[in-house]
Design a protein around this ligand. Structure first.
Ligand code: GLN
Length: 485
C-alpha cells in the first residue's frame, strides 16, 4: 500500500521521525502513476522529482510540506516543464517562468511529481475534453463514470491515493464539483487571496487557484503557504494572511448557516437529501443554528446563462494570444491571417471553438447590451442576493452536486431545474469571490457525493473552522477510492 494514502500531517510525522524519506515517497508516487489507468497525467515529472527528492535530506520540522509530493493542473506555468493546458494548440510549449503557486510550493520543498490533465484550457466540467481524451473516476474501475472537471487529473490523482494534495483551478466549480464526485475536500479561497500569476487565464474575473486534499486541516495548511500578496499579480490582495490552522477548534456554538431551500428542493437523489438532512441535524445538535432561506428562483436560474456569457466573453479575449505566432503550435499559411486561422481552427477542439463563438457574439458591439452587459447585471443581482444572506449568516450550506459522478453518456438532463440550479449554483462563489469548500457527505450506489460551505469574503479562517466541524459530524475523511468499488 505504501504511504501516499496518508494525509499531509501524517506524512510529515513520518518524515520527521525518518521512517520514510522524500525519495521513498517520490518513488512510490512514480510507481503508482505508471500503474494508474485513469489518464490523469499530461506529464510525469519523473526525472525532476527524483532529482529534487534526493536533495532533501534534513526534515524541516516546522514545515509540513517538506518532502511531500503533489500534482499540479497543466494550466499552471512550470519553468522547463511542458505545459499545454490539455490543448493541442500548446503542444510542446515549455514555459520560461513558473507560476507563483508552483514556486511557493517548491520553495517549501514540496515536490511536484506530475502535470495533470484538464478539460481543454479549463473549460468544461466532465474531464472529457482535454486532448488526451477522457480522465476516469478512480471510484469506478469499470470506467463508466466521469471524474468531473475541469481539474480532472488533479482530482483523480488525490482520490487514487497517489499524492495527498494537488492543485487545480476553479472558475465555476472546477475543483469543488470533482471534489464532490471523488470524496475529496476541494477548496477555493476568496478572489485575490492566492496569486494567479502563471495560471493560464480562462475568465479573469472568475478564476481562482483552488486545490484538493483529503481532509480540512490539510486544506488550511496549504492556504498558509499559498495565500498572500504577489506583486506579479495586481489582482492579489494586500489583506494580511492569517495562520489558517489556528482556528480549527470546532467551536461553532451560535454560528449561523443558511440552507438555500430552492437549491435543495431541486435535487432528486434521495441518498443525497437524506445525508444532507442528517448532517443538518447533527450540526444543529452541535450548536450551529441552521435556517432554510429563500433565493429568487429566477436569479438561481440565471446563474448558468450569466456564467456562460461572462466566462466565454472573458475566455475569448484572454485566449486571443494563442494564435500560433508567439508560441505553441503553428500551421503554415501564406499570410499571417491564414496562419492564425488555420492554427486556431486545428489547435482548439470543437468545445473551445464553440465557446469562443459565444464569447465573440456576446462581445459584438451590437450585442453587448443585450448579452454581455445583461449577464453582468444578472451577476450583480446574484452577488447582492448572496451577500444579503451572508449579512445574517456565517455561511451557505447546500449539497455540492445534485448527483454522484455522471455517466460518460446520456446522463444529464440539461433542461431540468436540477441541472440548471443545483448543478451550477457553485458559480455563486466565483461571481462573488467567496471562500468555498466541498467536503465529503456520503455515498450513493458506491459513488461519493459532497456538501458545500460558502462563507463571507476573506473569512477563510471561519470557513475552515466550520468545515472541520462539518467534517467531524459527517465522519468521512482521509479516504481514497477503494479497490473493487
Ligand atoms: N464547468 C464549468 C465550465 O464548464 C467550470 C469550469 C471551471 O471552473 N474551470 O466552464
Amino acid at each position: 500500500m505504501g504511504y501516499l494514502h496518508l494525509s499531509i500531517t501524517e506524512l510529515h510525522e513520518l518524515l520527521k521521525k525518518g521512517e520514510v524519506t522524500p525519495l521513498d515517497l517520490v518513488k512510490e508516487a512514480i510507481d503508482k502513476m505508471k500503474a494508474d489507468n485513469n489518464n490523469a497525467f499530461e506529464y510525469i515529472m519523473e526525472k525532476e522529482a527524483l532529482e529534487q527528492a534526493s536533495l532533501l535530506t534534513k526534515c524541516e520540522e516546522d514545515n509540513p510540506l517538506w518532502g511531500i509530493p503533489f500534482g499540479i493542473k497543466d494550466n499552471y506555468s512550470t519553468k522547463d516543464v511542458p505545459t499545454c493546458g490539455s490543448s493541442d494548440i500548446l503542444k510542446g510549449y515549455v514555459p520560461i517562468f513558473s507560476s507563483e503557486v508552483y514556486q511557493r510550493l517548491i520553495n517549501k520543498h514540496a515536490i511536484p511529481v506530475a502535470k495533470t490533465t484538464l478539460d481543454e484550457l479549463a473549460m468544461g466540467g466532465s474531464g472529457t475534453t482535454g486532448h488526451l481524451g477522457k480522465t476516469y473516476n478512480p471510484w469506478d474501475k469499470s470506467h463508466k463514470h466521469q471524474v468531473g472537471g475541469s481539474s480532472c487529473g488533479s482530482a483523480a490523482m488525490v482520490s487514487a491515493g497517489i499524492v495527498p494534495f494537488s492543485i487545480g483551478s476553479d472558475t465555476g466549480d472546477s475543483v469543488r464539483k470533482p471534489a464532490s464526485y471523488n470524496a475529496l475536500v476541494g477548496f477555493k479561497p476568496s478572489w485575490g487571496r492566492i496569486s494567479r500569476f502563471g495560471l493560464f487565464p480562462f475568465a479573469t474575473s472568475l478564476d481562482h487557484v483552488a486545490y484538493f486534499t483529503r481532509n480540512v486541516e490539510d486544506s488550511a495548511i496549504l492556504l498558509n503557504v499559498l495565500a498572500g500578496r504577489d506583486d506579479k499579480d495586481s489582482s492579489s490582495s494586500f489583506k494580511e494572511v492569517e495562520d489558517y490552522t489556528l482556528n480549527l477548534n470546532k467551536d461553532v456554538k451560535g454560528k449561523k448557516l443558511a440552507v438555500i431551500k430552492e437549491i435543495v428542493d431541486s435535487i432528486d437523489n434521495k441518498d443525497i437529501i437524506n445525508a444532507f438532512n442528517s448532517s443538518v441535524e447533527k450540526l444543529r445538535a452541535s450548536g450551529v443554528i441552521i435556517d432554510y432561506v429563500h433565493m429568487d428562483l429566477s436569479l438561481l436560474k440565471a446563474i448558468y446563462p450569466a456564467y456562460i456569457v461572462i466566462s466565454c466573453a472573458e475566455a475569448t479575449s484572454n485566449n486571443a494570444n494563442l494564435d500560433g505566432i508567439k508560441f505553441g503550435q503553428r500551421e503554415d499559411g501564406d499570410t499571417y491571417q491564414e496562419v492564425i486561422m488555420k492554427t486556431r481552427t486545428n489547435g482548439f477542439s470543437e468545445l473551445i471553438r464553440r465557446r469562443f463563438i459565444i464569447g465573440s457574439y456576446s462581445l459584438l458591439k451590437e450585442n453587448q447590451n443585450e448579452l454581455f452587459l445583461r449577464a453582468q447585471k444578472a451577476r450583480r443581482l446574484i452577488v447582492n442576493a448572496t451577500n444579503d444572506i451572508l449579512k445574517e449568516y456565517d455561511g451557505i450550506y447546500c449539497p455540492a452536486s445534485p448527483s454522484v459522478a455522471p455517466l460518460f453518456v446520456g446522463s444529464s438532463d440539461k433542461l431540468s431545474n436540477e441541472y440548471l440550479i443545483a448543478d451550477n449554483y457553485l458559480a455563486i462563489g466565483n461571481f462573488a469571490g467567496l471562500p468555498s469548500i466541498t467536503i465529503p457527505l456520503g455515498f450513493s450506489e458506491k459513488l461519493p457525493f459532497g456538501v458545500n460551505l460558502t462563507c463571507k469574503a476573506f473569512e477563510e479562517s471561519n470557513t475552515f473552522n466550520l468545515a472541520s466541524k462539518i467534517e467531524e459530524v459527517i465522519g468521512i475523511k482521509n479516504i481514497i477510492a477503494k479497490e473493487g468499488e
